[in-house]
Design a protein around this ligand. Structure first.
Ligand code: 0WE
Length: 256
């Protein structure tokens, strides 16, 4: 008996085996959910097919650029055909041009600001709108955020502003979708060593900072993000919507 037996879900944001999306997908699958996957661009196709293929040769795996309305429409048309309905959606997608994460926030150009918000925040609105008609028996939408949405994290820059938009969008979506018994929540993860974090200068110092300052003296493990994702997707989270849940070793409560 899994807590997600009979649930149908779709996962956006697997890039490789270290992806947070993959950790949450594995937990959802272990609890009995049947999952579809999307990948961003040909370059990630083989990775995602190899990982998601472990759930069976018939696993639905589709390309999706979340900035393209026609991609989103095609993905949910295919999910509608194959599953007929949907209960779970994971949004684990973010991007800002590298230059915008290196210099000063004040120098963010219009194009970088637009791209960061389109990929990282508007996409949650677009995916939720496309998913809702399939979530006829209620649903749970989970998006990944980060502390830089709430406080200044040097160099996180426009991504922090986009995550603030993602978190506010989560609340407005929760309000719109509540009457349909669709819940929308964010998990705000401590730093995790993924492809998205690689190449960020000072990333290892950031992990050390959590080990020194977080109440639990550490950040989070991918499997702990999986467990929280499963909690939010399951009946355990049935009265939780519009929230940002910190899974960060308690770091967020500290003032100093
Ligand atoms: O949300 C993120 C990172 C998302 C991300 C990563 C990249 C790297 C490659 C978005 N866009 C890009 N663009 C690229 O070209 N995190 C929570 C991880 C992260 O990123 C940081 C962090 C942390 C933590 C950037 C600066 C400071 C801290």
């Amino acid at each position: 008996m899994g807590s997600l037996d009979g649930k149908l879900g779709i996962v956006f944001g697997v890039a490789n085996k270290r992806s947070i999306a993959w950790a949450i997908a594995q937990s959802w699958a272990k609890e009995g959910a049947k999952l579809a996957f999307t990948y961003q661009g040909e370059r990630l196709k083989d990775n995602v097919e190899e990982l998601a293929g472990t759930f069976g040769a018939d696993t639905l795996i589709m390309p999706c650029d979340v900035t393209k309305d026609e991609d989103i429409a095609r993905v949910f048309a295919e999910v509608g055909q194959k599953f007929g309905k949907l209960h779970l959606l994971l949004h684990s997608v973010a991007f800002a041009p590298k230059a915008a994460l290196e210099g000063d926030f004040i120098n963010t150009d219009r194009e970088a600001f637009k791209i960061a918000h389109d990929v990282s925040a508007y996409s949650l609105v677009a995916l939720s709108r496309a998913a809702a008609p399939l979530m006829t028996g209620g649903g749970s939408i989970v998006a990944m955020s980060y502390y830089g949405a709430e406080k200044v994290v040097p160099h996180y820059n426009v991504m922090g502003v986009a995550k603030a938009s993602l978190e506010a969008s989560t609340r407005y979506l929760a309000y719109d979708l509540g009457p349909k018994k669709i819940r929308v929540n964010c998990i705000s993860a401590g730093p995790v060593n993924t492809l998205a974090a690689r190449g960020i200068s000072g990333f290892m110092e950031m992990i050390k900072h959590y080990e020194a300052h977080a109440p639990l003296k550490r950040t989070c493990l991918p499997e702990e993000l999986g467990a929280t994702g499963t909690f939010l997707a399951s009946d355990g989270g049935a009265a939780i919507t519009g929230q940002v849940i910190y899974v960060d070793g308690g770091y967020q409560i500290m003032g100093m």
